[in-house]
Design a protein around this ligand. Structure first.
Ligand SMILES: Cc1cc2nc3c(=O)[nH]c(=O)nc-3n(C[C@H](O)[C@H](O)[C@H](O)COP(=O)(O)OP(=O)(O)OC[C@H]3O[C@@H](n4cnc5c(N)ncnc54)[C@H](O)[C@@H]3O)c2cc1C
Length: 443
């Protein structure tokens, strides 16, 4: 008997969770997970082999199963052979192994090691030239690395410029000895600085603000309760936020307490207020909301105290052929490599990915609010058409604002899987009867 086919593009955390939820839903459809990577479930964040790269979310919030919040803690306790606490920040590579195992337990899933390079309403084009028909597709391809247009040509064209430190093997271009310059001072910088830290080396890090992310505390403070009516403009929202900062014993409670309503607050703002938030409040919010694990922060503070980490507020202006880099503050630093730690591209107009281009060209997707990500309906379905295409994670930034952390992705995966399962079930009812044969991989 032929069955419907659901295709999931991308086998990172988001694709893995949707796949698992769909397998649990036992839709009767064939579930195909398309990704060129060897290790499904890890994606960019959890593929790291450096045990010093820690989750920036406590273990107790990282269960793959919403109905079993202790699932990851239990797995980790067995994995490490000791009782793991819900407040611990564990190595990301181990979490990747966990997700791989959870995905491996999903029944009836077919893996296709290929890259999707185009899409029509019901057909995916793969990099080997084949096509795959589908009844529903979920695009879980994560975020795109930021284009290195910020870097002066002398840096961008240099053989020891690493545009994306998360690309497999990218840091092997960095010489063993000598100082390095990291561009960006966020969470990626923190990881790369730790990986490259060694005696006799100074890690220089520059960003416009020069600010490090703030740090989690080992025991989270109680979240503050929310007002009955949420502010609907940026000035009122700022006032509420400041009141909360002053009211609590720990500012983290004020920030974390807004998390359940962040999407609602974001959606309530006018376009002008959202743009003003991005211009004026972004960095303040980012360094407090996306915090470092305590052990990561302690390591960076030690590096700083010992002079092995130096932070600068400014930009990279120029560089000589032997990588003497000039910063906008007037500093001149001789380094063996420059590494871009600038994060991900939220404005897709500058991204040249064939899959994305084909979506735009076919009118199957449009950019999200404020030009961020892709525009989606409440369940993650791509707008503007009613084609059976969904997305989740980073691509929903324009609609939801906070959408990249694992707990948010887990919630979205449940919603997307339910919507896809319902779509497939309805289609089966409509198409039941003769003449409804399905197509397989062809081309
Ligand atoms: C370095 C780093 C650390 C992080 N740490 C944490 C953390 O500690 N806690 C937390 O909550 N969140 C963390 N995050 C947030 C993180 O974004 C999410 O937790 C999650 O990993 C995102 O998964 P994803 O599947 O959406 O994207 P990705 O992990 O990027 O996976 C996307 C997958 O899609 C595949 N793909 C891309 N394009 C195609 C295509 N055209 N065809 C087929 N396959 C394709 C890629 O090969 C990849 O496997 C971190 C993010 C990063 C980058």
């Amino acid at each position: 008997m032929s069955s419907a086919r659901i295709v999931i593009v991308g086998a990172g955390a988001a694709g893995a969770l949707v796949t698992v939820r769909l397998a649990e839903a036992a839709t009767g459809a064939e579930v195909v997970l398309v990704d060129p990577c060897a290790d499904a479930g890890r994606g960019v964040a959890y593929a790291t082999g450096d045990p010093a790269h820690l989750l920036n979310t406590p273990a107790g919030r990282m269960s793959a199963h919403p109905a079993d919040p202790d699932h990851f803690v239990g797995w980790a306790s067995r994995h490490f052979g000791r009782i793991v606490g819900a407040g611990e920040f564990l190595p990301r590579g181990d979490f990747g192994m966990y997700l791989g195992e959870v995905l491996g337990g999903a029944i009836g899933v077919r893996r296709v090691r290929s890259r999707a390079v185009g899409v029509e309403a019901r057909r995916l084009l793969l990099s080997d030239g084949s096509t795959m028909a589908f009844d529903a597709a979920v695009f879980a391809f994560g975020a795109y690395p930021l284009d290195s247009g910020w870097a002066p040509v002398a840096v961008r064209k240099h053989p020891r410029f690493v545009a994306n430190p998360w690309a497999p093997g990218a840091l092997s271009a960095v010489p063993e000895a000598g100082d390095v310059l990291l561009v960006g001072t966020g969470l990626t910088m923190a990881d790369v600085a730790i990986t490259l830290d060694r005696p006799g080396r100074t890690v220089h890090a520059v960003s416009r603000s020069g600010l490090l992310p703030r740090v989690h505390v080992p025991v989270a403070s109680a979240r503050q309760s929310l007002p009955a009516v949420l502010p609907a403009d940026l000035d009122s929202l700022r006032r509420l936020y400041l009141q909360r900062l002053r009211a609590g014993r720990d500012w983290r409670a004020a920030v974390d307490g807004l998390r359940p309503v962040t999407a609602q607050l974001w959606q309530g703002l006018s376009t002008a207020d959202r743009a003003r938030f991005l211009r004026e409040d972004l960095r303040h919010w980012e360094v407090r909301r996306h915090r470092m694990a305590p052990a990561t922060a302690a390591r960076l503070y030690r590096m700083r105290a010992a002079g092995r980490l130096r932070l600068y507020a400014g930009e990279v202006l120029d560089a000589s052929a032997d990588l003497r880099v000039v910063l906008s503050g007037g500093q001149r630093i001789a380094v063996g490599a420059v590494i871009g730690c600038t994060g991900t591209a939220t404005d897709l107009s500058a991204v040249h990915d064939p899959l994305l281009r084909s979506m735009f060209d076919a009118g199957l997707a449009r950019r999200g609010p404020c030009g961020l990500g892709l525009d989606t309906a409440a369940d993650g379905r791509l707008l503007p058409t009613a084609a059976p295409l969904w997305t989740l994670g980073a691509m929903r930034k324009g609609n939801l604002w906070e959408t990249t952390a694992f707990p948010e992705i887990r919630e979205q995966a449940t919603t997307v899987a339910a919507a896809v399962a319902e779509h497939v079930a309805r289609a089966a009812v409509r198409e039941s009867g003769p003449g409804c044969a399905r197509v397989g991989v062809d081309g």
